[in-house]
Design a protein around this ligand. Structure first.
Ligand code: AMP
Length: 181
């Protein structure tokens, strides 16, 4: 896994653990010499994670739409890719990443995570999909996924393919193991 796509909040959230965990995740990404791909903004946990990778000597690719680029604050990332539409932007993020990890966030984060997880279910890719469960943030989602499985809407195999850890380094190691690198 050379390139990891990170989905995370454009806000900081209520619990300071989310920012601390995002910064730690950024450090662990850089330590493993993995390039981070993300939405390109400096907002919230997105900015915290990307800045942490850069400050730890790692590389970051921001992929953003022209409109969002004009409307938001952004970092001096290693590489910036500008796309016309959100769909083109997501397609590029998927194409150039070897795995996907979600950190705490809102509906944007959830939508991106669930799309990656759905595409893995459909066999469109076989890249690892993971959740950094900082402070148990994703426990309600994991409970819902268990409910979908019990009710016969999500296969146990697909459910168990979702990689989860509260620990940033452990999450990355599990992803590396799953991707065979
Ligand atoms: P949310 O979780 O609703 O804050 O949305 C965060 C996710 O949506 C990120 O992973 C980004 O890919 C995308 N996103 C939301 N806001 C922005 C923004 N201002 N600039 C770039 N991407 C954004």
């Amino acid at each position: 896994m050379h390139t990891l796509c990170v989905f995370c909040g454009s806000s900081l959230g209520q619990d300071p653990q989310y920012a601390a965990s995002s910064a730690a995740f950024g450090r662990e990404i850089a330590r493993r010499d993995i390039r981070m791909v993300y939405g390109g903004s400096d907002a919230g946990l997105m900015g915290i994670t990307a800045r942490s990778v850069l400050e730890s000597g790692g590389s970051v690719t921001g992929i953003i739409t022209r409109e969002l680029y004009a409307a938001t604050e952004h970092l001096d990332v290693s590489e910036l890719v500008i796309r016309d539409t959100m769909h083109q932007r997501k397609h590029t993020m998927h194409e150039c990443s070897d795995g996907f990890a979600a950190l705490p966030g809102g509906i944007g984060t959830l939508e991106e995570l669930l799309e990656s997880f759905t595409w893995s279910q459909l066999g469109i890719h076989s890249k690892p999909v993971a959740l950094l469960n900082a402070g148990g943030f994703f426990d309600p989602l994991l409970k819902l996924l268990d409910h979908l499985t019990v009710q016969g809407f999500l296969s146990p195999r697909q459910r168990s393919s979702l990689i989860v850890s509260r620990d940033p380094g452990r999450l990355l190691d599990k992803m590396l193991e799953a991707s065979g690198s």
